[in-house]
Design a protein around this ligand. Structure first.
Ligand code: PRP
Ligand code: URA
Length: 206
């Protein structure tokens, strides 16, 4: 299922990120802030369990998270979403999947994978700002599922219809969260209007 989180603050910050003259520092800061805002909505259906505690005033029955959360950024650009979410969920463990997209074929290539041992029991958030053809996100989800993940959500900033379609076909059990659903891909596989190359803009490599 696709969720587009079109909150005014998210829209405003994403507009700043999209502008070609926005530099690395502001790009990263806005990404961090949007990831935090998205985390609030994405965690809405994480299960809770009853717990008995004692406040300074009285004992009470209340609730706490019943499942651990694992963040899996797709390297590199997904790294830019980790801190914003971790600020809200500081106990979240972090796995990593390294994928790069071949510029000619647009096929993803895996170069790194490492996960915490609680992956099978956790709610797993796969993070990547860009969902273009969907090849990278689909591969990352396959990798975490092969390592035992059962409850997976995909969190991206900007998506193309082609990428959404790919995830729906390959992983119908995975909820997709976007800050914006854009128009299309261009002939180089870039999202239009998009925001350019997210990894290069986060790390200043171009
Ligand atoms: C970008 C982006 C996604 C992928 C999206 O990464 O961060 O991972 O492309 O494209 P897709 O949906 O068509 O697979 P890139 O391969 O440029 O690597 P980088 O993050 O290291 O820059
Ligand atoms: N990867 C990016 O960083 N941007 C796009 O528009 C497509 C893939």
């Amino acid at each position: 299922m696709l969720h587009v989180l079109d909150h005014p603050l998210i829209k405003h910050k994403l507009t700043q990120m999209r502008q070609k003259d926005t530099g690395t520092k502001d790009f990263r800061q806005n990404l961090d802030e949007i990831a935090g805002l998205m985390a609030y909505e994405i965690t809405r259906d994480v299960p809770t369990q009853k717990v008995s505690i004692v406040t300074p005033v009285a004992p009470c029955e209340t609730e706490e998270l019943a499942k651990e959360i694992v963040l899996v950024p797709i390297l590199r650009a997904g790294l830019g979403m980790v801190n914003g979410i971790r600020n809200l969920v500081p106990t979240a463990k972090v796995g990593h999947v390294g994928l790069y997209r071949d510029e000619e074929t647009l096929e993803p290539h895996e170069y790194y994978a490492k996960f915490p041992s609680n992956l099978p029991e956790a709610v797993v958030f796969v993070l990547d700002p860009m969902l273009a053809t969907g090849g990278s996100a689909s591969a990352a989800i396959t990798i975490v599922k092969q390592r035992g993940a059962k409850m997976v959500k995909l969190i991206c900033l900007v998506g193309a219809p082609e990428g959404v379609q790919r995830i729906v076909e390959d992983h119908p059990d995975v909820d997709i969260y976007l800050a914006a659903l854009d128009e299309k891909l261009n002939e180089h596989g870039y999202i239009v209007p998009g925001l350019g190359d997210a990894g290069d803009r986060i790390f200043g490599t171009k």
